[in-house]
Design a binder for this molecule. Structure first.
Ligand code: SGN
Ligand code: CA
Length: 702
């Protein structure tokens, strides 16, 4: 702010008065006391709380119509709320990799869940550790490789469990009894009390699993909202007209894609439990994780409502409304747990005023979430509810509040901001910009006028097509680039905040469309994103692949895959054998990753964790190969194979002619498993290891 005041000194007096009389500018001038030194290089402790899938419209400071979050609101009450903060790829792993590196997905190599994060690249925790900080992370991680740059870590494997979760630590896996939100908070507070080196400033990342699917609240939150009817979103019964059609084809609808048992907690009957129920198969694994006492309490909370549901099952729109209420209430109960955690951390700081005086507290979530908006749950789309990330920062006495920042900010900005606060150099290569000037109430003239977005994980859970786009303060242009979904949507957010009517083909917006397309291209050039938008048409359509050689009867695909790669949509049912050769790169430690053949449409992430959905394939990691045949969470066949981690290894995967069985062979070990049923025809996917060249041959037998 001092800089703005200084700049104004050179402005003619009459103009200066006008500017100073302008209330906005006047309040901005008050925002940062000119006598205060810049926040740059103040080396505060950084207490970063990140939740999973917590939409801004479920935070009262952001105007939630659904719930109150009194503790998160404490940050807004004396801090700064970022009104227009967005992610660059609305998915867990990718957003987390971006937060750590300050880079968009294509540049940090983590484009889709299930990729392997290359922890050797520059991350803010690692740079701050080198700059004399003590660092720790607890809770959700979801980046597959081991955390690097942390003095202390205890992270959930994969998605982790809500009840009695396992945590990976530097000394191995430990199982802890209790609810994951409470356990994560306790570990963070324990570290503040006794774990950290008190002579150093700290970075503490407290990363909650909640409120991620499958929305299992802690016992003390189960009764919340019981006798309430929550307001429905305006777009619950969206008809998806006036868009290019992609939004309708997706699999994230409250209506048809929420599972009655494992998402909505309606206990299956004995008959339902034994009958094939499609994908709704996780009830038993979910419940066996709970102790008998926990299970009794949990089920009791839903018993009366479930009985009423069974007596008189709602139909059609009434059923959608019933599902929405059940889903939202459990989601918000999980949010209540996260809010309580924030309260506990803030209370701890209140009780330690010396630490508090030096601590900046940040709350955010890896992306947004649909809360019935457009009839959806989940995220992934570039639509507002999913694109927005909450961001609140508080540091009483240093960052003056309450205040709102309306500039366009993004998760690429987090790492540069933390480095800037710590006085550590921000690497030129980082895509993001430090938010420190905005925290100080400045209005940098050269602040970005648009944010860039790129989502890759198509043909996976929820079936959202790959797309990239640009969002300005008023407009959004989305480009879908797959053969089945190829087109553009353009929204005027001022006239159509719910994004119901694309004006991409409206001649009145012709000029604007061209301008936004140019802006999009300029951002792709600025960030050097050459991924996506591949020439449409012939198989194989790929991502992250370096070379494709057509061979007799098939293709040979090479991927030096920091990002992993995906080989998508082979002509269905014609591929019956695939071989994969992994050649570890010299001198680099082999970590994990996997190759998957997927005959259904779902592909999950993680070889472990509650929700992994490797259907059939192999996983390799930490000097061991694991052959897996698995359906949902049920492992059908498996074998561990010795492997030195440095010599090439070839894995052959063959589907039987009758398409009933799959065989996986490596290093002379063979496993066989029944194929998931129904087998919808083979889609081959490969995820390369980050430190191996992966050669992938899909033989097409005619
Ligand atoms: C799981 C969820 C999906 C979710 C992804 C990614 N299914 O696969 O609904 O989109 O995670 O979420 S689940 O029922 O098995 O949980 S992310 O936040 O980790 O990216
Ligand atoms: Ca998430």
């Amino acid at each position: 702010m001092r800089r703005l005041a200084e700049r104004l000194v050179n402005v003619p007096t009459c103009l200066r008065r006008t500017v100073l009389a302008w209330p906005l500018f006047a309040s901005l001038l008050l925002a940062q006391d000119p006598a205060k030194p810049s926040l740059q290089g103040t080396r505060p402790n950084i207490l970063f709380v990140l939740s999973d899938d917590h939409a801004a419209h479920a935070i009262s400071a952001y105007g939630s119509k659904l719930n109150r979050t009194p503790n998160i609101d404490r940050l807004a009450a004396d801090g700064v709320l970022f009104r227009n903060n967005f992610c660059g790829n609305a998915l867990c792993g990718p957003s987390r990799a971006t937060i750590l590196t300050g880079l968009h997905s294509h540049a940090n190599g983590f484009m889709r869940n299930g990729n392997l994060f290359d922890g050797a690249q520059r991350t803010f925790p690692q740079l701050l550790q080198q700059a004399g900080y003590t660092t720790a992370i607890f809770g959700k991680w979801h980046l597959e490789s081991e955390p690097q740059g942390f003095d202390t870590w205890a992270v959930l494997p994969g998605q982790g469990h809500y009840y009695n979760p396992d945590f990976e630590t530097a000394t191995g896996r430990v199982r802890k009894d209790g609810h994951v939100t409470d356990l994560t908070t306790s570990m963070a507070i324990e570290w503040l009390e006794h774990g950290r080196d008190a002579d150093k400033p700290f970075v503490l990342m407290c990363q909650h699993k909640a409120p991620h699917r499958e929305w299992m609240p802690a016992p003390q939150d189960l009764a919340l909202y019981r006798d309430t009817t929550l307001p429905e979103p305006e777009t619950l019964f969206d008809d998806y007209r006036d868009r290019i059609g992609a939004a309708a084809a997706t699999e994230m609808q409250i209506d048809r894609d929420l599972y009655l048992h494992s998402d909505l907690m309606v206990e299956p009957t004995e008959a339902e439990r034994t009958r094939a129920r499609g994908k709704d198969t996780w009830w038993d694994p979910m419940m066996t994780r709970l102790s008998d006492a926990q299970r009794t309490t949990f089920l009791a909370a839903f018993a009366a409502e479930n009985a009423a549901f069974r007596r008189d099952p709602p139909k059609d729109q009434a059923l959608v409304r019933w599902k929405l209420q059940r889903y939202l209430k459990n989601y918000l109960r999980c949010v209540a747990g996260v809010d309580r955690s924030v309260g506990q951390l803030l209370d701890w700081l209140d009780a330690h005023p010396v630490v508090k005086a030096n601590t900046i507290v940040i709350y955010s979530s890896d992306q947004g979430f649909f809360l019935g908006d457009h009839g959806y749950y989940d995220k992934r789309w570039m639509y507002e509810e999913s694109l927005r990330m909450p961001l609140l920062l508080s540091w009483p006495g240093h960052v003056n509040g309450p205040r709102e920042v309306t500039q366009l900010t993004q998760n690429i900005d987090f790492a540069p901001t933390f480095l800037d606060l710590a006085g550590a150099p921000v690497p030129e290569s980082m895509h993001g910009k430090s938010l420190v000037p905005l925290l100080q109430g400045e209005q940098p003239a050269d602040w970005r006028t648009a944010i860039y977005y790129h989502y890759y994980e198509s043909k996976a859970t929820h079936q959202v097509p790959a797309h990239f786009g640009v969002r300005t303060s008023r407009h959004k242009l989305i480009r879908y680039y797959e053969p089945e979904v190829d087109g553009v949507e353009l929204f005027d957010l001022e006239k159509d905040p719910n994004e119901l009517h694309s004006v991409a083909d409206n001649p009145d917006y012709g000029e604007l469309r061209l301008q936004l397309e140019r802006q999009l291209q300029a951002l792709r050039t600025q960030y050097d994103d050459t991924t996506g938008d591949l020439a449409s048409g012939a198989f194989p359509r790929t991502a992250g692949i370096t070379r494709i050689l057509p061979i007799d009867g098939g293709y040979r695909v090479f991927a030096n895959a920091t990002a992993g790669f995906a080989l998508q949509s082979p002509p269905s049912d014609t591929v019956t054998a695939v071989t994969v050769t992994l050649r570890p790169l010299a001198g680099r430690q082999q970590q994990n990753g996997y190759v998957v053949l997927d005959g259904a449409t779902e592909l999950g992430a993680g070889e472990d964790g509650g929700t992994a959905r490797i259907r059939a394939g192999i996983a390799f990691g930490r000097r061991r190969l694991q052959l897996l045949g698995a359906e949902g969470m049920r492992e059908l066949a498996g074998a561990a194979i010795e492997w030195d981690g440095s010599s090439p290894v070839t894995i052959a995967i063959t589907v039987s002619e009758t398409k009933e069985r799959i065989a996986v062979v490596a290093q002379g070990v063979r496993i066989e498993a029944a194929l998931p049923s129904p087998w919808r025809g083979l889609a081959a996917w490969g995820y390369g290891a980050s430190n191996a060249e992966t050669e992938f041959t899909a033989a097409i037998l005619r």
